[in-house]
Design a protein around this ligand. Sequence first.
Ligand SMILES: [Zn+2]
Length: 423
Amino acid sequence: MVSEQCDQNNRIHFFIPFIDSTHRLTTDWLDQQVDDSTRKSRAWCWPTLKFLSYEQGHLLLSNSFQGMSFHLSLQVRHEKLEVYCSCNGPRGKLCQHAYAALYVIVWRLGDLYFHKLIPNGTLDMAMRRKPFFDKIESSAGMDAVPRPELESVFGLMPGAGKLDLPALCKSPDPCPEATPYDRKRVMAYCITVPIMQKMLPGVLPCIGILNKQGSDIRVFQWPSNGMNQISRPSISKWQEELQTNCFELWKMIEKTPGSILTESSDVWGGDCMADIFGIWKAIFPMLSKEPFVYTCPLAGLRALRKNPSRQRLEKICLSPAIPDIRFVLTDKGTYFILQMQVYVLGNKLTAYDTGMTFFIRNQQTLYMLRSLRDAALAAWMQRCGGLITIFKEQFAQFNQEVLTHIQDAYPVKRISGKAQMHA
Ligand SMILES: [Zn+2]
């Protein structure tokens, strides 16, 4: 395994093969390179090594033990470690000084230390690029590491392994259709909130020009003359279907009353309201997956002639959770109070807004009601100001005309006045 060679000055150089191409040497491997007597000898064990010089891949150390000292020269050459000890010791086997010194180096500085000695290796670079490396002298000789702020130094990244970049960068993008964004223009959706309930809520797809962070839209353009005439961003099949539904919904709400209730609080008849609700039920989950959905107060159709101003729009999150309607009847002594409550995922919303037909709004979150029935009842309660007061002498009539029916469909909790505020 260990071979040797004499130079012109008759000095014996030993050559130890590395375990692999990473110039690895282990203590076990070193043990296999010497005979039993060298391995077990206590005449030269755990010597102290001192750095003397490094030049062109040639590391020179002093190798001392109990007052005696030799020079040890190390160099990586032809995928082997060339070793010279100044004892010029026994022919035919590695001397015990060199064996013990190498053992100390591998033990203290690691199996891969000799990789640092190769041309452009860490020690080589550390000698040439002094400010960029920390040199660490110890009784095992000299080690070097790149300065921490350099993180990985190209060519010295054994820990990073080798990434197969040619294969990686040639592999096809698995979902080329998933990001139909161009860099600045995106599809946005404005949920119109008609003022004074002149119309039902609708959705208008529009073109948004993104801010620098890509997180919000700074400019909106209505599809005023139909989507096809505007230079629009490319859209996915999914978005195309959504747009078709939005325009169909828009056509219907244009010819439908703005409230689910008539002026005398009857529920509007006809299939139209149910159809609109049905389209909304289909659109809502699709919209909830879109990143740019806004609410937009709409005074009338004329307002659509101008592009909407950013200040009037509010970004909104569409929740897939379906709100539950419940009621609470509070006994206040001389009168009762009936209030509607909205629960989402079992939790009561402390504040909610029923101003948008079909929806419950809680700050920047919009929930779609379960049914037309819920929507009509929420609209009726809104018309009542959110709260009904019933004097006791009228309770029997209220019970017969209102409460009995509500109780058939919704939970009604009765509480005494003392706990009223926390109902
Ligand atoms: Zn020796």
